[in-house]
Design a protein around this ligand. Structure first.
Ligand code: FES
Length: 163
């Protein structure tokens, strides 16, 4: 998107929250809803429009885990670290996913297929430990299951690419 159009779009979002409490956070929420993450060029434009230092914008983005600095992957992989899942092996599942996907929570894989995140209780603690990919919930997951689950989504992407 060229800068003038981007500025206009960001200005519209910023204007809708002008003068309201916590407006920077609300603007960032809206920007993330619009773009899927908070792109750097948008932050630069926002800094100019709101007259807020870029460093302050990044302070807010990095403080709240909700905000993303990179585009989300096609499949969001959510690892539950709520108490039940944590105690039943959530950290081990997270470690395996980090290893297989070569990303840390809050990052997307280089091919843009997967975005890894940590969540706090998905509301199905009886199935702990739980991993969710997109809308599908996997319960009672073991470390050895992870590669098969991920392979299913990778194969799906390969089949679509070949079609
Ligand atoms: S703690 Fe994981 S679903 Fe509740």
């Amino acid at each position: 998107m060229e800068k003038a159009a981007l500025e206009q779009e960001v200005r519209q979002i910023a204007d809708s929250w002008k003068g309201k409490d916590g407006n920077l956070i609300m603007v960032l929420h809206q920007i993330q809803n619009r773009y899927g993450y908070v792109p750097r060029n948008v932050s630069l434009v926002l800094s100019e429009i709101l007259n807020v230092p870029l460093a302050r914008i990044y302070e807010v983005i990095t403080f709240y885990h909700f905000f993303r600095l990179t585009p989300p992957g096609k499949h969001t992989v959510s690892v539950c670290m709520g108490t039940a899942c944590y105690l039943k092996g959530g950290p081990e599942l997270l470690g395996e996913l980090e290893h297989l996907l070569c990303v840390k929570p809050g990052e997307s894989t280089k091919d843009g297929q997967f975005y890894l995140e940590v969540v706090r209780c998905l509301g199905c603690c009886g199935l702990a430990p739980v991993v969710k990919i997109g809308d599908k919930v996997y319960g009672g997951v073991k470390k050895k299951d992870i590669s098969g689950i991920i392979a299913h989504y990778s194969k799906e992407a390969e089949a679509k690419a070949a079609a």
